[in-house]
Design a protein around this ligand. Structure first.
Ligand SMILES: NC(=O)c1ccc[n+]([C@@H]2O[C@H](COP(=O)([O-])OP(=O)(O)OC[C@H]3O[C@@H](n4cnc5c(N)ncnc54)[C@H](O)[C@@H]3O)[C@@H](O)[C@H]2O)c1
Ligand SMILES: O=C(O)C[C@H](O)C(=O)O
Length: 347
């Protein structure tokens, strides 16, 4: 009987170790999702609800968060789910969050460019920046809202004006460009896409998305024509989805996957395991080119960016592509900074 009891005790301990991760930190983490009822928000919240490191999942949207929260709360995973609505609810949703991920705002319709969304989505960025300054200045902010190239400088400028800007904690999520590159290259090389790795640098629209195929592992082997077609497909993949959805929005499921992966990397960084080096590409405050914001590979740590790995090695064509897209990116950034300065005074 005693042996049986001891045996039961041991397996319970083992079970607990399995649940919380052997030797890992049990620090409880709060993640807020702003735009949680949307096309990206709902599948993203579903994926985050399954993340064993999240203890509190806070959902915010303009309306209808109660139903999504009730639905998710019936899943028997660790995170407790809370929900808030409207402008007043934003600060409550983000209060003391460790990570705020923002898939809020208008998506494109066929015929639109991402930059066409600035007028509407800048206000979302503004609200998030003001709320972050007030209630979670130490949070890692992961912005999905388009146009990323402009939205990130807007938020950075507002946070700077509020005196709460930490460049290591602000990210424009460009993971979908990496996810797509891996998927398309995996198909082309006929290998498991999970084994493909490459940096995708620059920004998040058209020519500013620069996949560095020369650094791809396994080696990318294609003719010049195939290589050009692949780069074009990666750069226009968002439009491919917008056109296929035919007026019903843009990428949501692949974006939720990419964002969940990115948030998990931020969490692994916060938890600060000494044995692993967490590398992700994201669009961040940068001095690696003339553009003040630029996506490169980053090493993540407890305070966000631990190290910016800078520009990867590039072949001549990639160097040329970088030179030719920089003016475009710089123009978007200037626009973002200007809008951010105008919006910084709003409350
Ligand atoms: N970074 C990327 O790679 C990437 C990929 C796909 C989509 N996006 C962008 O993500 C955004 C959302 O796309 P979607 O398909 O989920 O759109 P959607 O319309 O389905 O959902 C957006 C949600 O945001 C909410 N919202 C709007 N204003 C808000 C505010 N002020 N506060 C809180 N919530 C607000 C809406 O109510 C809605 O539920 C778009 O701007 C889209 O272009 C970015
Ligand atoms: O293309 C869009 O408008 C959405 C997103 O930026 C994407 O790359 O899918």
């Amino acid at each position: 009987m005693l042996a049986l009891r001891l045996g039961t005790q041991i397996s319970r301990d083992r079970l607990r170790a399995f649940k919380f991760g052997c030797g890992g930190s049990r620090r409880s983490l709060k993640v807020a999702v702003v735009g949680a009822v949307g096309g990206i928000g709902q599948p993203l919240a579903l994926l985050l609800k399954q993340n064993p490191h999240i203890s509190r999942l806070s959902l915010h949207d303009l309306r209808n968060t109660a139903g999504v929260a009730a639905d998710l709360s019936h899943i028997n995973s660790r995170a407790t789910v809370c929900h808030f609505e409207g402008k007043d609810g934003l600060k409550k949703a983000m209060d003391k969050a460790d990570i705020v991920v923002v898939p809020a705002g208008l998506p494109r319709k066929p015929g639109m460019k991402r930059e066409d969304l600035v007028g509407v989505n800048a206000s979302v960025a503004c609200e998030v920046a003001h709320a972050a300054s007030a209630v979670c200045p130490g949070a890692l902010l992961a912005l999905i809202t388009n146009p990323i190239n402009v939205i990130v400088p807007i938020v950075a400028t507002i946070l700077q004006a509020k005196g709460t800007y930490d460049p290591n904690r602000l990210f424009g999520v460009t993971s979908l460009d990496v996810v797509r590159s891996k998927a398309f290259i995996g198909d082309f090389l006929n290998v498991d896409p999970q084994t493909v790795d490459l940096p995708v640098i620059g920004g998040h629209t058209g020519r500013t998305i620069l996949p560095i195929l020369s650094q791809c592992q396994p080696t990318y082997k294609g003719t010049d024509e195939e290589r050009k077609a692949l780069i074009k497909r990666i750069q226009e993949a968002g439009t491919e989805v917008v056109n296929a959805k035919d007026g019903l929005g843009s990428a949501t499921l692949s974006m939720a996957y990419a964002a969940s992966h990115f948030v998990n990397s931020l969490i692994r960084g916060i938890k600060g395991s000494k044995d692993e080096c967490i590398v992700e590409c994201a669009y961040v405050d940068s001095d690696v080119t003339e553009a003040k914001f630029f996506a490169t590979q980053l090493i993540l740590g407890p305070q966000g960016i631990k190290e910016n790995l800078g520009l990867p090695e590039m072949d001549d064509e990639e160097k040329q592509a970088l030179e030719s897209m920089l003016p475009l990116l710089k123009k978007s950034i200037e626009n973002g900074i200007k809008l951010g300065m105008e919006m910084a005074c709003q409350s």
